[in-house]
Design a protein around this ligand. Structure first.
Ligand SMILES: C[S@@+](CC[C@H](N)C(=O)[O-])C[C@H]1O[C@@H](n2cnc3c(N)ncnc32)[C@H](O)[C@@H]1O
Length: 228
């Protein structure tokens, strides 16, 4: 184990809104102590909640939190040393509307109650090409059914990806699950940013760690916006 990771894990424990409950509890079906009470308990307000699933370093969580102080943002990832970056920045900038949760997204419904979440972002999730049943791909039908449990009707889901395969599979699964596609582009920077309103454009221009790598390799970025 790298020393860097250990230092980050230890520092995560000092952040007020970083939650790293034992994974085994989630496996056994134990409900998270703040489930259904994120607004009151964690943020002390009644603002909407936006999740970033598979958040990595949490660029969308922190980037949006700066822009929208009247919304709450929760980054979720199984790798605490990755979201340490976002948690550290939120702490330094005193962003009170940011939290991070370390868990496996397979158990996400232990953490959020029906109707508790208003919006979801999923950026550059792993394509998992061999996962035919969709048990690992976090945009497969199995996962989409889980998200439906806590999303309010009418909520928006945003997907950004470099992988045409993942993009098409995700689109198929969301359509099957009855979501409406509001925006669909296979080239965010080549065409989409020129035809959307300035607010969405600014959001789309947040670049995650993985996105930056794929852009440097010359890959095109895909984006889909869906409504539950
Ligand atoms: C390819 S990275 C993308 C990270 C970030 N969104 C970005 O664009 O830079 C995928 C992230 O999803 C996380 N992840 C993948 N499957 C997960 C799961 N089932 N539960 C929780 N996190 C998961 C990984 O730990 C990793 O940080």
């Amino acid at each position: 184990m790298g020393k860097g990771k250990l230092v980050k894990w230890l520092e995560n424990r000092t952040f007020e809104r970083v939650f790293e409950p034992p994974l085994q509890a989630a496996v056994e079906g134990v409900e998270f102590v703040h489930k259904g009470k994120w607004r009151e308990d964690v943020f002390g307000n009644d603002h909407p909640i936006v999740l970033e699933l598979g958040c990595g370093k949490g660029e969308y969580t922190v980037g949006q939190a700066r822009k929208y102080p009247d919304k709450n943002f929760v980054g979720v990832d199984i790798k605490g040393h990755r979201f340490w970056r976002g948690a550290k920045t939120a702490n330094q900038e005193e962003l009170k509307n940011v939290a991070f949760l370390r868990t496996r997204i397979e158990f996400i419904d232990r953490f959020f109650a029906p109707g508790e979440v208003d919006e979801v972002w999923i950026t550059f999730s792993d394509p998992q090409p061999k996962d035919e049943k969709g048990t690992k791909r976090i945009t497969s039908s199995i996962f989409i059914e889980r998200y439906k449990k806590f999303l309010k009707p009418g909520s928006l889901v945003h997907i950004k990806s470099d992988s045409p395969l993942l993009y098409e599979l995700s689109k198929e699964s969301y359509l099957e699950a009855g979501y409406d596609i509001l925006v669909d582009s296979q080239d965010v920077y080549g065409e989409l940013v020129h035809r959307v309103d300035p607010e969405l454009r600014e959001l789309l221009e947040i670049r995650t760690f993985y996105e930056q790598m794929w852009l440097e390799e010359g890959r095109k970025i895909h984006y889909m916006q869906l409504r539950v």
